[in-house]
Design a protein around this ligand. Structure first.
Ligand code: ARG
Length: 277
């Protein structure tokens, strides 16, 4: 059991982000997107900048991917790949509107000399793949049901040589794993049970008995779409109850406002890919 006084220790991270200069809601590929809702592009860039500054202020390193015109969802950098122990498992997007983003990510990793493994199966990177380095010796959690295909989970396991646990997402509002579940440190997670099949809920309860559980309101406020360094948990400011639960478990919530990007169906985590050496 975690006590209120427990000192959580942050670990320095390296992230990849992409500015929302070209962000817009021009098509609707998830239930949050409505092409008739106006987006304030300048505000989107300001809010995103504050998120980037927050991460840098916490001592993390942030690499930038150049945004490309015609790819309005490119700001959601988490979807471009999944990196574990220096190996990059590339993304292959489900919707053709985002297909070209994969090549931009691949070029970034190859220019930096990372070991890159091209996928044959549909998968949306960290949107559906999470890594817990200290859970059961290093565990990948993988979502399927809306975007990433089950076959990609097996492909990721072969690419990364880590056990991959498949979890079935059942609620279209939680179309990616990372809007329903997040690692809060190297061995523990926070999640919203209602996003998962009953069987997958049991799997999560078995593997993570000490997980922090979010309620409907916090999950719908994108509270779980968070990024944690093991101590500081950067999360959407609307998820206030979840912030309280995290504080009670010894973490330091760091709220940020991302109202514009929410119109694309994403928040903090969607904007951030972690580069794990
Ligand atoms: N509009 C984007 C899509 O539907 C949002 C992606 C959010 N990214 C994420 N990692 N959940 O693909």
């Amino acid at each position: 059991m975690v006590t209120v006084n427990q000192q959580r220790v942050p670990r320095k991270r390296t992230y990849l982000m992409c500015s929302p200069e070209h962000f817009a809601v021009e098509y609707a590929i998830n239930p949050w997107m409505d092409v008739t809702t106006p987006v304030d592009a300048d505000l989107a860039v300001k809010q995103w900048d504050r998120l980037r500054e927050t991460l840098v202020g916490l001592g993390h390193e942030v690499h930038l991917l150049a945004p490309e015109a015609g790819l309005p969802d490119m700001v959601f950098a988490a979807n471009g790949a999944f990196v574990v122990d220096g190996t990059v498992y590339g993304a292959r997007f489900k919707h053709e509107q985002r297909t070209a983003e994969a090549a931009a990510h691949r070029a970034f990793y190859e220019s930096q000399g990372w070991r890159f493994i091209a996928p044959s199966e549909t998968n949306e990177g960290e949107g559906d793949l999470a890594y817990l380095p200290e859970a059961h010796g290093g565990l990948v959690l993988a979502g399927h049901g809306f975007r990433t295909e089950l076959a990609a989970h097996a492909e990721a396991q072969e690419a990364l040589a880590r056990p991959v646990v498949s979890l079935r997402l059942v609620d279209p509002r939680f179309y990616h794993l990372d809007v329903a579940l997040a690692s809060i440190d190297d061995a523990n997670i926070a999640y919203y049970p209602g996003a998962f099949s009953v069987a997958s809920q049991r799997v999560l309860a078995q593997l993570f008995p000490d997980a922090v559980l979010a309620d409907d309101a916090d999950a719908l406020a994108f509270g779980l779409n968070l990024v944690s360094d093991g101590r500081n948990v950067v999360l959407n400011s609307e998820a206030s109850r979840l912030a309280g639960k995290l504080r009670a478990a010894g973490y330091q919530p760091v709220p940020v406002e991302l109202t514009e990007l929410k119109k694309g169906g994403g928040s903090v985590k969607c904007c951030i890919a972690e580069l794990r050496h």
